[in-house]
Design a protein around this ligand. Structure first.
Ligand SMILES: [Fe+2]
Length: 320
């Protein structure tokens, strides 16, 4: 077992710990992106990696500029940075809410939501008229539509073109219908409950908490220090065959044939395993390696979170 990995105490950061640091961590996909009804995995992943990831990268860049200010910095420079920070923070938060409120059966509105909508709007139909009307009015434009409780958003709909153009072209109405079919009302209820109880909004991190893991930011910090982390790409063969690139420095190994390649790993150096989004595959491989005595961790959010954070890509070697 690699002692330095443990000595440095890489642990799962909690939300509270994350907010103490300046860096906003990319959240892992809160929804399995291949499970949506009429919204493609390709579009959702592009949205997450490029647009959400871009907002997080902007936010972190602005915060690092702010941290570098001194007493001589002119007020207008501070003001413009704070304005940029607010804009980026809004985009980051709304995207996290948006991905987190997808993945359900949107057509089945639970009684609890129904009662709430009837109380405040008169009927579900009246609420839909307002919500969908606001969304349709943004077709060809851009913006967010939100349902809020006490000014806190509990349902977010992204009406920027990047949210739908790949699947729907200019047909924003079809996108809005698809969005409504996929609303995860359970997530909305959790948020409503949190607002009412004056708690912070629940985190949608679906990562396996029972296994040691690493965030992208923790991995980046370790690699930057030159630590000898063996990074294993464990995406299933059918997934990797559709993708020409992988995380720079990683080696692809078939997750179904661990016994065949485990001998290539160095037993005294830590292993970081990733899959596409950080759900089960990477976890299973990390678990198998741990059972064989390796100090293995899975990477939360998978390679998608790595790309979203701006991590470097490499071309997969032919035949691998
Ligand atoms: Fe977006």
């Amino acid at each position: 077992m690699a002692e330095d990995w443990h000595a440095a105490d890489v642990h799962n950061t909690t939300t509270r710990e994350r907010t103490r640091t300046m860096i906003h961590e990319i959240i892992p996909f809160p929804v399995r992106p291949w499970t949506l009804n009429g919204i493609s995995e390709r579009m959702l992943v592009s949205h997450y990696e490029n647009d959400y990831g871009g907002a997080v990268r902007t936010l972190n860049a602005v915060r690092s500029d702010l941290a570098a200010l001194d007493d001589k910095t002119p007020g207008d420079r501070i003001r413009s940075l704070k304005r940029e920070e607010l804009l980026a923070m809004g985009s980051v938060t709304l995207h996290e809410l948006y991905f987190g409120n997808l993945g359900g059966e949107g057509n089945k509105i639970p009684d609890q939501v129904r009662a709430m909508l009837e109380e405040h709007f008169g009927s579900v139909a009246a609420w839909r008229r307002e919500f969908l009307g606001a969304a349709r009015s943004l077709a060809g434009g851009s913006g967010w539509v939100q349902a809020a409780v006490d000014a806190a958003p509990v349902l977010a709909l992204d009406m920027y073109e990047h949210a739908y153009h790949m699947d729907f072209g200019a047909n924003a109405v079809a996108y809005i219908d698809a969005f409504m079919r996929n609303v995860d009302w359970a997530a909305v209820i959790e948020r409503m409950d949190a607002v009412r109880a004056d708690r912070s909004l629940p985190s949608d991190d679906p990562s396996d908490q029972s296994l040691p893991s690493l965030s992208i930011e923790e991995l980046t910090a370790r690699l930057a220090k030159g630590e000898p982390v063996q990074v294993v790409d464990a995406r299933p063969r059918h997934h990797i065959s559709r993708n020409v690139d992988l995380m720079e420095g990683a080696i692809w190994h078939d997750p179904d044939r661990v016994e065949e390649w485990i001998g290539e790993l160095s037993p005294d150096q830590p292993v970081a395993v990733y899959c596409a989004y950080g759900f089960h595959v990477g976890c299973n491989v990390a678990k198998a390696l741990r059972e064989r005595g390796f100090d293995a961790r899975y990477i939360r959010g998978g390679v998608s979170a790595w790309y979203a954070a701006g991590g470097a890509r490499a071309l997969r070697p032919a035949g691998a």
